[in-house]
Design a protein around this ligand. Structure first.
Ligand code: MG
Ligand code: MG
Length: 270
């Protein structure tokens, strides 16, 4: 069942999303060659606890940290540790904050120092997949339109989406109904209603879209070892369109739909 949140619950989701965005902004600002992924986790924890929230991922399925950190061919669920980021890497950071019982969920892929043009293009296409998908969100729309926007833009650019993992509803639980696939599956999918909150998260691969668990049995990596990128925001279905609950000031999510300020999407994909 897809939950429709009350006004009060949406306010709590806004705050959870805002804190998630602040943590991810702080992490993004610290990314540079030579930094250990564990240090990025420390930064996220500090921001989240400073705002009286709790890291959603910490302890979830025994995950040991506040953020997932994935480098290059790693897609999701990487645990931070001693690994040091190197010039030319791309790094995906996924973060969630729980505030008064409600969760935010957001991720972003960043270049580490100077990276190849191919890597930058993958990051940019993945990001754009999200905004094209978000533009489909409004009451009465079908979820398959969201998925189609992701898949179409990725494939038009010569990339492949991941099918093994999907976006999801988010609220009291980090993962709720519905699944939000990055590909079109049979049927039109559920109809969106105002008050639903979705984690829309394009996962895009430079090579094939097949992924597998790495030897640590947690990190998901591309089967062909090629680069992949991830971009995610928690999105509210509003009466007229959508609102990005995890909008970040250092990201185009802020200009299209700032969490503080004009909350309704004004249309126009950045
Ligand atoms: Mg996430
Ligand atoms: Mg998610």
């Amino acid at each position: 069942m897809i939950e429709v949140k009350s006004e009060h619950e949406i306010e709590l989701m806004r705050e959870a999303g805002r804190i998630t965005g602040l943590a991810l902004t702080a992490v993004g600002a610290a990314i540079r060659p030579g930094i250990a992924t564990k240090t990025l986790d420390d930064i996220a924890r500090e921001v989240i606890s400073k705002h009286n929230a709790f890291p959603s991922f910490l302890g979830y399925n025994n995950f040991p940290a506040a953020i997932c950190v994935c480098v290059n061919e790693q897609l999701i669920h990487g645990a931070p540790g001693k690994r040091v980021l190197r010039e030319g890497d791309i790094v995906s950071v996924d973060c969630g904050a729980k505030f008064e019982g409600f969760n935010g969920d957001s991720s972003c892929t960043w270049p580490v120092g100077r990276v190849s043009g191919d890597a930058l293009r993958l990051i940019e296409v993945t990001r754009r997949c999200f905004y094209l998908a978000a533009e489909q969100v409004r009451p009465g729309a079908r979820l398959s339109e969201v998925s189609r926007a992701i898949q179409t833009h990725a494939e038009q650019n010569g990339y492949n989406v991941v099918r093994r993992w999907t976006g999801h509803g988010v609220g009291r639980n980090l993962h709720e109904d519905p699944e939000v696939p990055c590909f079109v599956s049979p049927g039109r999918g559920p109809k969106l209603l105002a008050g639903m909150t979705l984690a829309i998260e394009p996962m895009v691969c430079a090579g094939g879209g097949e992924v597998k668990y790495a030897s640590d049995r947690s990190t998901v990596v591309t089967c062909d070892g090629k680069l992949c990128a991830h971009y995610e925001h928690t999105v509210l279905v509003t009466e007229t369109g959508f609102e990005i609950l995890t909008a970040r000031e250092d990201d185009e999510s802020w200009s299209i739909c700032p969490t503080r300020g004009a909350r309704e999407a004004k249309g126009g994909v950045p």
